[in-house]
Design a protein around this ligand. Structure first.
Ligand code: ATP
Length: 294
């Protein structure tokens, strides 16, 4: 469905992409993984045909360089945060259906696909971030393209909205859409990806299955656990005895877990009758940048 050969993009002397080659089969859901500046967005912009590049790129067997408009028609694009005019959800979809020359009947179909039927009469500026992102997905689906390209689609959403959005995209992938998305969220990659392409400094450095990513890159996951102040000492004792790597942070503890063992610290605390007030699973990088140890 997508074939990239020796993709290279320079900005001045800097190579944003350097000789990147990959192939994506129809029906795959491929994650582009990489730190800020790794080249994910540049790769997606090449796919969309909105910037020049060296190398070869075909989408649905159409050459992006020679025929960018036709190649682009095979792609529905969802940005990180879409902006909409002040209209209702239904008006917005009819507006874009006209722009994309999609049949008006597609509007009710895409509303159903992204579970926004009940919100059709709402004004867009009354929608939550998650609903707005699902509306952007609906817009991308109007012309029924075989490929969906999503640029860090859940980066600005809360946990529940992330899950709902990922669920919608999973359904679309199962229904046959080819998905390409950039991400630096492990949860999202594992939930949605069937394969991961890892970019670093503009080069493709690794290709693997989503469940292999954490181990191959030496990433850690952290479980943040909140306990009552009077249980802090006991919690330390339980985590020490369980051999966990952890960092206290105010009323909470960051406990290092692997993907399969994320409930082990919770089990240990339960066994010691220490009530957990709340918990959250987060990426290691975030903790290392943001934690305020005591
Ligand atoms: P992020 O997660 O921050 O979006 P990314 O992996 O998407 O990162 P890109 O946006 O593709 O990375 O950027 C790759 C490199 O190209 C970076 O070094 C970036 O500074 C550079 N770059 C991107 N766009 C431009 C531009 N318009 N002009 C100059 N340099 C650019």
């Amino acid at each position: 469905m997508i074939i990239a050969k020796h993709l290279t993009k320079h900005y001045g002397k800097n190579a944003a992409l350097n000789d990147v080659s990959f192939a994506i089969e129809a029906g795959e859901s491929v994650a582009l993984w990489g730190a800020n500046g790794a080249g994910k967005t540049t790769t997606l912009r090449c796919l969309l045909g909105v910037q020049g590049f060296e190398g070869e790129l075909t989408v649905n067997a159409i050459d992006v360089c020679k025929n960018s408009k036709v190649a682009r028609a095979a792609i529905g694009y969802v940005p990180q945060e879409a902006a909409f005019y002040d209209m209702t959800v239904l008006e917005t979809l009819h507006f874009y259906a006209r722009l994309k020359k999609a049949p008006a009947q597609r509007v009710s179909m895409v509303l159903l696909q992204v579970q926004l039927e009940e919100h059709a009469a709402k004004r867009v500026n009354m929608l939550s971030g998650g609903m707005k992102q699902r509306l952007a997905l609906a817009v991308a689906l109007l012309a029924d393209p075989p490929v969906l390209v999503l640029d860090e689609p859940t980066a600005n959403l809360d946990v529940k909205a992330q899950r709902d959005f990922i669920h919608s995209v999973q359904n679309l992938n199962q229904a046959g859409k080819t998905i390409v998305f950039s991400s630096h969220r492990l949860d999202e990659v594992v939930a949605l990806g069937t394969r991961v392409l890892v970019l670093a400094d503009g080069s493709l450095t690794l290709e693997c299955q989503p469940h292999e990513l954490a181990e191959k890159l030496g990433l850690h996951r952290w479980l943040r656990i909140w306990v009552a102040a009077h249980h802090k000492q006991d919690t330390r004792k339980v985590l020490d005895e369980g051999g966990f790597t952890y960092m206290p942070n105010g009323r909470s503890f960051y406990v290092q877990v692997n993907l399969g063992g994320k409930i082990e610290p919770l089990r240990s605390l339960e066994a010691a009758s220490i009530p957990v007030e709340d918990f959250d699973l987060i990426d290691g990088e975030l903790v290392l940048q943001g934690a305020n140890h005591d």
